[in-house]
Design a protein around this ligand. Structure first.
Ligand SMILES: *Cc1c(COP(=O)(O)O)cnc(C)c1O
Ligand code: SF4
Length: 357
């Protein structure tokens, strides 16, 4: 949690203005603040790239406009049993933990910080039974919260239950722990995971400052255990929406044997508008990097479509049309779904995608 010193710095933040302190308390009440000890050390000053990711901002309370949604991905409606999201035919996302090493202010599931869907033994059994009874499921993505914040025996038990289901081919773990709390990546953890192979890991990392010596070691331990590592990076305004920053990040990740997997457009989550870039910004950045850096270092830029239509790549084939105020995608099922555009974004986007506006 916050040390006194940090609260002080926060109150002195330029622009907080009179009443800024109580506004911050209010933000903290609605969306609790959590910063790992390592991220506290990595922060240098207000407004830096680590600071912005984890420190509260009064703008979180102001964003409830027409675009703001509480559950932008429609996850609750796509859950056949609580905490299990079945959106694509052959894989499920299973929320197995409500605890994270840090509270990312831009989190799509931040509604759950204070209002978690309870995780009971009964629900674990229900999810297990659903997966068991659905032979199409080949790939189970453990998510949260952060699965690596679970007690080790619990994680072991969950993986063991899944491993008893013959049609489940691979396990995936989505986590921010290797960068935010690498001390949790112990030899014991790695030993447990390797007994459940094939296990893949999708690691959330957004900025080169997060690549600490401790994180390097954690990634090396995971890679040495034969766990293929991929990254997920959220494109965040004033944090990493810069080609130089992302070039450094992706190239460094590759040297950790961590392959950049997804660059994610911000979801339309309520309270996070100040982090949202235009879609054209992500496209522009990736076009700058294409061929300048190894193809292995280039992630796919994707939008997770509002309403639970799934992720679509920002490629001309996935785009149906571009209008003045929105871009219309076709998802993998052929359904149309739109994402809002900023003023004047349309024509440039059309050019970047080789589409008529
Ligand atoms: C992102 C996601 C997945 C995994 O998708 P991949 O494209 O295979 O990485 C699975 N289920 C849900 C609900 C997701 O949001
Ligand atoms: S680690 Fe993931 S789930 Fe946890 S707060 Fe950050 S974005 Fe949300």
């Amino acid at each position: 949690m916050l040390s006194e010193g940090m609260v002080d710095q926060n109150e002195k933040r330029p622009g907080a203005g009179p009443g800024g302190a109580s506004l911050h308390e209010e933000v903290h009440r609605v969306y609790p603040v959590k910063v790992s000890p390592l991220f506290q050390r990595l922060m240098e000053k207000p407004g830096d790239p680590i600071w912005r990711q984890v420190m509260p901002d009064e703008r979180e309370l102001l964003d409830d406009g027409p675009l703001a949604m509480e559950d932008p991905l429609g996850e609750e409606s796509r859950s056949p049993v609580p905490n299990l999201v079945h959106r694509y035919p052959d894989r499920v996302l299973w929320i197995v933990s409500h605890v994270c090493a840090v509270h990312c202010r831009f989190c799509t599931r931040k509604r759950r910080w204070t209002r978690p869907v309870p995780l009971t033994d009964g629900m674990t059994r229900a999810a297990e039974e659903y997966i068991s009874a659905t032979p199409a499921i080949r790939d189970v993505l453990l998510s949260g919260g952060d699965p690596l914040m679970l007690p080790l025996e619990k994680l072991h038990d969950l993986c063991a239950r899944l491993r008893r289901i013959p049609h489940v081919r691979i396990l995936r773990i989505g986590t921010r722990v290797p960068f935010a709390a690498p001390e949790r990546v112990t030899d014991e953890l790695v030993q447990v995971l390797r007994t459940h192979h094939p296990v893949y890991m999708n690691i959330h990392v957004n900025h080169p400052w997060e690549i600490s010596p401790e994180a390097r070691e954690a990634c090396a331990r995971l890679a040495d255990a034969g766990i293929p590592l991929g990254s997920q990076t959220v494109l965040l305004k004033d944090v990493n929406d810069d080609p130089t920053v992302l070039e450094e990040l992706f190239v460094e990740l590759l040297s950790l044997r961590l392959r950049p997997y997804y660059l994610l457009q911000m979801d339309l989550m309520k309270s996070t508008a100040h982090f949202r870039t235009g879609i054209r910004d992500g496209l522009r950045i990736l076009q700058r990097l294409r061929n300048r850096i190894s193809g292995l270092a280039l992630p796919q830029f994707v939008v997770d479509l509002p309403g639970g239509y799934g992720k679509v790549p920002l490629s001309p084939q996935a785009v149906e049309r571009i209008e003045a105020d929105r871009i219309v995608f076709r998802n993998y099922e052929g359904k149309a779904c739109s994402y809002p555009l900023d003023d004047g974004e349309g024509p440039e986007l059309a050019k970047l995608l080789g589409k008529e506006p």
